[in-house]
Design a protein around this ligand. Structure first.
Ligand code: AMP
Ligand code: GLY
Length: 430
């Protein structure tokens, strides 16, 4: 069976490593893939951009792809899944219409309001003066969000009026996010622990994956600027059985039904970014895809075959599968280039990895987010460089193993947070 995975990065590396466990996979093409992905046996990286719909479709025909997995948000929002399905290639990943749940925060908030799904109270602004007038009178803190995709940088949690004004001006006047900032969602500030829940859905059945916790800020103690994510742990101790049941009933299934009612049936991975407030769980954001780096802790604990699940999602047979998880915990520590998420240098030699891009002692799995493989050696090629994931019988053990493994890898300027999992362990009383 010939597979295509559209994307590059740590999340894609994790997806590909899981897919390759299925013996039916004979060839896998990653478009465009990256350093660690290129080193996987049976995988070929093809230099076609993930957003190049025509190029990807042409390659699917030439290659004779039997199945495609589209992981990043931008190609999904551009209609990559629709284009591949139109030429008869089954796809794991939502249609353009369904991907709007991530592609437009105005759409997502409207959906939640219309169908009574718990989320922060909000207002939408398409007019600069009206938005500025609102931030003068709104209670602080206040959260300013660009409507469209903004590489994860479109959200400002403003503690002061000046920060809120600056965020509105940057998005609407300076257009730092381009068209994505032409409309804004300005919403109520929520407090509580954050929980990420990725789910598999075929548009009728929804199967939540194990819960996880991201660590989005650059510095220890959740300080510093927002990043794409500096590490994750799984499962999230705040996601108790009672919380899970409430989420299923009040958030997950209502969202699937709401998307159907809107004629935007969602098939693929639906990601719920949740905040556990005093009034119960509320949706902070939806993503139309696997989270990064959540995927790097969730998929290593999946026991059921990932390809079987993805095929079942694409063909409406998810209810027939029993999706099972190992009872372990996992922790992922991101190794980043010094300076990230601001300016950083690339091209530094990475030491401690073998030719497969893994640790020689196999004590942890290494997912490549931004590396370049050249002459059998790996070089840094992005802000987030590697994700080091370890599993353990307890979260404590997983975290300790992940840090021990991360300590065996080095490159000039390497930066990692030192407290991934600390909040979760404190919640467990450790
Ligand atoms: P996003 O880019 O949508 O993932 O948002 C980035 C981060 O901003 C989230 O992970 C939250 O920590 C924070 N955030 C977003 N919306 C809110 C809100 N309404 N209240 C408090 N924090 C928020
Ligand atoms: N880790 C958050 C995201 O993938 O959006």
């Amino acid at each position: 069976m010939k597979l295509m995975v559209i994307g590059s990065g740590g999340r894609e590396h994790a997806v590909i490593r899981s897919l390759l466990r299925n013996p039916r996979v004979t060839q896998l093409h990653a478009l465009p893939g990256g350093g660690g992905i290129a080193a996987q046996a049976g995988v070929e990286c093809v230099p076609i951009a993930a957003t190049d719909i025509e190029g990807v479709v042409r390659h699917a025909v030439d290659f004779g792809a039997d199945f495609a997995v589209v992981t990043p948000d931008d190609p999904l929002c551009l209609g990559m899944a629709d284009a591949l399905e139109a030429i008869g290639v089954p796809v794991f990943g939502p249609s353009k219409a369904a991907a709007q749940i991530e592609g437009s925060k105005v759409f997502a908030k409207g959906l939640m309001r219309k169908y009574g799904i718990p989320t922060a109270a909000y207002e939408v602004f398409g007019d600069f003066d009206a938005a500025m007038a609102y931030v003068e009178r709104a209670p602080l803190p206040i959260v300013v969000k660009a409507d469209g995709l903004a590489l994860g940088k479109g959200v400002t949690v403003a503690m002061t009026r000046q920060e809120a004004r600056d965020a509105v001006r940057a998005a609407m006047q300076e257009r730092v996010f381009g068209e994505s900032g032409s409309r804004l969602v300005i919403e109520e500030y929520l407090e509580g622990p954050e929980i990420s829940v990725l789910s598999f859905t075929d548009g009728v059945t929804l199967v939540p994956m194990l819960s996880s916790m991201d660590h989005k800020r650059a510095l220890d103690g959740d300080e510093g600027p927002n990043t794409g994510g500096m590490g994750t742990i799984c499962p999230n101790p705040y996601y108790t059985e009672a919380v899970a049941a409430e989420c299923m009933e009040r958030i997950f299934l209502p969202t699937v039904r709401a998307m159907n009612a809107e004629g935007r049936t969602f098939r693929g991975c639906l990601y719920f970014g949740l905040m556990l407030t005093r009034d119960g769980p509320k949706v902070i954001e939806y993503n139309c895809r696997f989270g990064d780096p959540e995927t790097q802790v969730v998929l290593p604990l999946l026991e059921t075959d990932l390809l079987e699940i993805m095929e079942a999602c694409a063909s409406g047979r998810l209810s027939e599968l029993d999706v099972r998880w190992s009872g372990e915990s996992a922790a992922c520590v991101i190794l980043a280039s010094g300076g990230y998420p601001k300016a950083y240098e690339k091209g530094k030699l990475i030491e401690g990895l073998d030719e497969r891009g893994q640790l020689p002692d196999g004590s942890a799995e290494v997912f490549h987010a931004g590396t370049l493989l050249e002459g059998g050696r790996y070089y840094t090629n992005g802000g987030r460089v590697l994700g080091v994931t370890a599993k353990g019988a307890s979260l404590e053990e997983a975290v300790a193993k992940a840090y021990a493994a991360a300590g065996r890898i080095s490159f000039e300027g390497l930066y990692m947070r030192g407290d991934i999992g600390a909040r979760a362990l404190a919640a467990l009383g450790k």
